[in-house]
Design a protein around this ligand. Structure first.
Ligand code: PRX
Length: 654
């Protein structure tokens, strides 16, 4: 708990600019007050903005720790995101404005997107996909990713998107856990000018995925050097997307889904080596996504909303696809890296498309800071009216830079705290109402009840503690796919006898004004560039290498990424430490999990610091990695181990 006790001393405060406030959807505290007085009524009101096929009979059925929202109600997510916009003036409005990394561009209107989704829904049906079947999506960030998600939603299939940067083994494990029937991929995608070989990765993954019967391949590199002929298509199993779509009928009625039917599974890291399949359902998820997108981003008809996240993460699900489309908004989607071909690519995109709302991550903001203000200065960013941040704590310095150099000191910033598990934003400013403080996510949104608790579960009004959500919310996860016990143990067993208290895994601080400051994970989960990586996942990968006897992984503060992966490794007899082996192990992890998990540091050690009962003392490894004085070492079995490690670490730094 010592980290949690670190109190920030930020005193700057920024009230909403008058111009912004005047036009904002939410301008007074009335909404907060009424939501607090009667949260059930509040959520029922929010739900009324969606199109329901049959109305719900009960708003909430809460049997802690299992919640059902809007029971008895039926609706279809694709109908809510598409069909209901087609009757009015949004019919020809841009839904997705897309840019590929090489510079290719496409715009899909609501009408065009709806047609594409209906046709692809029929393609899925023709491949034998039925309601409740699982479909894997392993694509670059191209419009077909949204089409595939919405097509699944239309027919009631459950999608599981896997980030295109994940390795074949990661894809394999997820597809097997979900027992997917079909995988949708592409011949390749672009990242920093390189081609990511998604189809080849898929082929490798599917060598050990017996449940997968069909693969649909989007031709991303049509204009590039590799054509159809160069992609290995397996007869009977693999099908080109464009060929299937040529003959697909474009009429497909949306399947009426029960509010509690599963919409998607999204895998995320936990404290064990095995990723968790977070399960989100239909009605509650969409209520949370649509209402938070509208309120937090103050979405208006004319807005051009750019959420820079990939669809492989929850941010891409909720604020690139479902939330904005349910509101009939125009979304910008960009496939590639922010520094390709030059470091001003983001600002070029903002200017070219007239982006009004930009939602990105602190790791990107810190990179922009480092690259220098000359890059944003080259472009006209005056279309921007609101900025957002997500994924990790934003340091006040980066917040101020974002405010000044991107927002021109006129745009409010919404620092949004949430998780894969929460489905949507939980703590965030409302930009027309909340005075912001750099580095603070400010306050819970209306309808959410969040508390700071001690390890024993006592509430802490101000100071540091563990973040808990104390009442169920519509877009909460419902379970972990195939492992409800793990759901109960991970999220609702922190405080004995209180299965109603959700444990987020984050430490936080609450100041005298009731503002929340998120301090990061309190469990063995790292946050690298806004992405969650379990220390156990990296450790499990390392010990699979024939040279490795034992491994312990900790997070280390990193200037740009927030945290980087630091691995301590002991070798098997007969193996010698060397810089070549160090490189080999870093690459090995990247191959096993994906480049995002590649350790920055690999330290070889004859032994690891352990307690007398044999538990690795990660706390001491963190001290060593951060180069700070060691904490309490009295429980160590062999105190010499840490001294040797410290010396070695000092050497490696030099
Ligand atoms: O530690 C918190 C951090 O990211 C974790 C959730 O990661 P994930 O499920 O991948 O979702 C990321 C996008 C919602 C949280 O437990 N986190 C997320 N947003 C913030 C944050 N930490 C501080 N401030 C935030 N705004």
């Amino acid at each position: 708990m010592t980290d949690i006790a670190v109190l920030l001393s930020e005193t700057r405060s920024f009230p909403p600019p008058a111009d912004f406030q005047r036009q904002a959807h939410v301008r007074d505290r009335g909404l907060h007050d009424s939501a607090t007085a009667d949260p059930i009524h509040y959520w029922a009101e929010q739900a009324k903005s969606l199109t329901w096929r049959t109305p719900w009979t009960q708003v909430l059925d809460w049997q802690p720790p299992h919640a059902k929202w809007f029971t008895g109600g039926t609706l279809n997510v694709a109908e809510n995101c598409l069909d209901r916009h087609l009757a009015g003036p949004r019919r020809n409005k841009a839904a997705i404005v897309w840019e590929g990394e090489p510079g290719d561009r496409r715009t899909l209107t609501y009408w065009e997107l709806a047609r594409e989704v209906r046709a692809f829904a029929n393609v899925l049906k023709s491949l034998g996909v039925r309601k409740g079947d699982r479909v894997g999506i392993y694509l670059p960030l191209i419009p077909e990713a949204a089409v595939a998600m919405l097509a699944c939603a239309r027919i009631g299939a459950i999608h599981s998107v896997v980030f295109g940067g994940f390795s074949p083994e990661s894809l394999r494990d997820r597809m097997n856990d979900a027992q997917a029937k079909v995988v949708i991929t592409a011949d390749g995608g672009y990242r920093r000018g390189q081609i990511v070989p998604l189809k080849r990765n898929t082929d490798k993954a599917l060598e050990e995925c017996p449940s997968v019967q069909h693969v649909v391949v989007v031709q991303r590199r049509a204009a590039g050097p590799i054509t159809e002929a160069h992609v290995d298509m397996r007869e009977g199993r693999d099908h080109w997307y464009h060929r299937l779509m040529q003959h697909a009928p474009d009429a497909c009625a949306p399947e009426p889904m029960d509010a509690e039917d599963v919409l998607f599974i999204l895998y995320t890291s936990g404290t064990t080596g095995k990723p968790k399949g977070i399960v989100h359902t239909t009605g509650g998820y969409l209520v949370g996504a649509a209402s938070s997108a509208r309120m937090v981003f103050d979405l208006k008809e004319e807005d051009v909303f750019w959420c820079t996240a990939d669809v492989g993460w929850i941010t891409g699900h909720t604020y690139l696809v479902y939330g904005p489309l349910a509101n009939g908004a125009t979304c910008v989607m960009y496939e590639g890296a922010p520094d390709w071909p030059e470091r001003d690519r983001f600002w070029q995109l903002v200017a070219r498309h007239g982006v009004t709302i930009l939602y990105t991550a602190p790791t990107a903001i810190r990179a922009f800071m480092k690259w220098g203000v000359e890059h944003p200065r080259k472009h006209d960013l005056s279309s921007l009216r609101l900025l957002g941040s997500v994924g990790e704590p934003i340091n006040p310095e980066a917040w101020m830079w974002y405010h000044e150099h991107i927002g021109g000191a006129r745009c409010p910033i919404v620092d949004t705290w949430w998780q894969t598990e929460t489905g949507g934003i939980v703590i965030s400013p409302l930009p027309g109402l909340t005075a912001t403080k750099p580095g603070s996510a400010t306050q819970p949104l209306p309808g959410y009840s969040v508390q700071l608790l001690t390890q024993q579960g006592e509430p802490i009004p101000t100071g540091g503690g563990l973040l808990s959500i104390t009442r169920p919310w519509p877009s909460m996860l419902r379970t972990i796919w195939g492992d409800d016990r793990r759901y109960v143990e991970t999220y609702f067993s922190k405080w004995a006898g209180r299965p109603d208290l959700y444990f987020a895994g984050d430490g936080a601080k609450r100041d005298e004004d009731g503002y929340w400051w998120i301090l990061g994970r309190v469990d063995d989960v790292l946050n690298v560039a806004g992405h969650r990586i379990g220390t156990m996942e990296v450790e499990s990968a390392l010990v699979e290498h024939p040279a490795v006897a034992e491994a312990a992984v900790v997070g280390k503060t990193h200037e740009l990424k927030g945290q980087s992966v630091c691995a301590f490794v002991t070798l098997r007899d007969g193996h010698q430490k060397s810089s070549a082996l160090r490189e080999e192990l870093r690459e090995f992890v990247a191959q096993k999990i994906g480049a995002l998990a590649r350790p920055d540091d690999v330290l070889f050690s004859a032994d690891l610091p352990k307690t007398r009962s044999g538990k690795i003392m990660r706390r001491l490894l963190r001290d060593i990695a951060e180069g700070r004085a060691l904490g309490d070492t009295t429980t160590l079995a062999d105190p010499n181990v840490v001294n040797a490690l410290k010396e070695q670490y000092a050497d490696s730094e030099g």
